[in-house]
Design a protein around this ligand. Structure first.
Ligand SMILES: *Cc1c(COP(=O)(O)O)cnc(C)c1O
Length: 391
């Protein structure tokens, strides 16, 4: 039903479900079970040997979970996928699974903050050396390789600062040296950055964000090629970190509308980002989809579209004035997430999480996530905020 010749939005309606298996029900139900009952001692023995053809235990993936996994693997063009309880589990599990003491890893300096903390505290504790690199390094990353470098961790565009990475150049260097490439692809989703076509080995997602799309689920997914998958599957099984069937149901439901939500959110984000760029209160808009913005050329070369999360650097302003602007916004909420139907804004401090590069900006910075509201209403809300910003 979901042959890959179909367009992505068509496939989103059909992948990860099989009505004939469920009395015709179009959606895979939430299968809540810990225990699978076997018909015979022979089946029990097959299951113990890992040779039972069906499901053997709830922890290893009930149909709601395996359908979500299959849908994501097919959508992104990976070999297989694993569902995990959060985006953070999705970013950290591959590091634990693919590295051993003595290994060295290269991590983008614009990596999601909690992923950085995991590297600093836990990889270091396990005797794995971490080097942060300039997200814009491209093929020059070769100079940072050591004989022990086993993995390059990318995130593009970067968290908070939206640098677009030259993934094909980085992947070429990594593969020449026998290292794997992992990308946090949460911003673009499987629809807008085709990871495996650009040389990535493992693509991880905070499905909490656009895939879930409704700010009502914490969920992660790891999509891998055939080389990386076995080690990931082994650790996923041995840690017992499957996602719950309820959460995977919401992940599958989110996938059905992902293309249409992203299209609308992208269009609104373009309108609002372009408007912001023309405002006297704004020094720079960090949105690679915007012509002339930093990273635009690379984004145009490698991405199919843009999601609706971007940064704004304001002209110099005091913290009090920025708070006055944000505190009284009517439609934009303040919160640590994005990808839902509702617009959000948050002050950001990239300088607090940089070690390979330094963050220099004219004034304070904001991160804006555009939801599904009418862009004219969102612009009016921001415009009133700018009046408060000016004081
Ligand atoms: C939110 C986020 C995560 C983590 O997702 P959770 O589901 O909140 O754990 C990972 N990477 C990026 C880029 C994110 O923005």
């Amino acid at each position: 039903m979901s042959r890959s010749s179909h367009k992505p939005s068509t496939r989103l309606g059909h992948l990860g479900r099989s009505p004939q298996r469920w009395l015709g029900a179009v959606n895979t139900p939430v299968v809540r079970t810990s225990t699978i009952q076997f018909e015979s001692v022979r089946d029990v023995e097959l299951a113990e040997a890992g040779q039972y053809p069906g499901l053997s235990y709830g922890l290893h993936g009930v149909p709601t979970v395996t359908d979500f996994q299959a849908a994501l693997a097919e959508l992104e063009g990976g070999h297989a996928a694993l569902a995990v309880p959060s985006g953070l589990t999705a970013t950290t599990l591959p590091l634990l699974a693919l590295l051993v003491p003595g290994d060295h890893i290269l991590v983008t300096d614009a990596v999601y903050g909690p992923t950085r903390r995991f590297c600093n505290l836990h990889l270091a504790r396990l005797g794995i050396d971490v080097t942060y690199y300039d997200p814009l390094v491209g093929g020059d990353i070769a100079a940072l390789f050591r004989p022990t470098t086993k993995l390059v961790f990318c995130e593009s565009p970067g968290s908070l600062t939206f640098e677009v990475q030259d993934i094909p150049a980085i992947a070429r260097v990594a593969h020449e040296r026998g290292a794997l490439v992992v990308i946090d692809n949460s911003w673009a989703t499987p629809l807008y950055f085709r990871s495996f076509e650009h040389g990535v080995d493992v693509s991880v997602h905070a499905a909490t964000k656009y895939i879930g799309g409704h700010s009502d689920v914490l969920l992660g997914a790891i999509v891998a090629n055939e080389t990386a998958y076995p080690k990931l599957f082994r650790l996923w099984t041995d840690l017992g970190v499957t996602a719950s069937p309820d959460d995977c149901f919401l992940g599958l439901r989110g996938l059905r509308t992902l293309a249409v939500r992203l299209e609308r959110q992208q269009a609104s984000a373009m309108t609002i980002a372009a408007w912001l760029r023309g405002r006297p209160e704004v020094a720079e808009v960090l949105y690679p989809a915007l012509p002339g913005a930093r990273g635009h050329e690379l984004w145009k070369r490698d991405f199919v579209g843009a999601s609706a999360l971007f940064g704004v650097i304001l002209q110099p302003a005091t913290a009090e004035r920025v708070a006055a602007m944000l505190d009284d916004l009517e439609l934009f909420g303040m919160g640590f997430s994005w990808g839902g139907y509702e617009s959000l804004v948050i002050p950001i401090h990239p300088e607090r999480a940089r070690s390979a590069t330094t963050w220099q900006a004219a004034g304070p910075a904001l991160r804006i996530a555009i939801g599904l509201e009418d862009p004219a209403d969102l612009i009016a809300d921001l415009e009133a905020g700018f009046v408060r910003l000016r004081g």
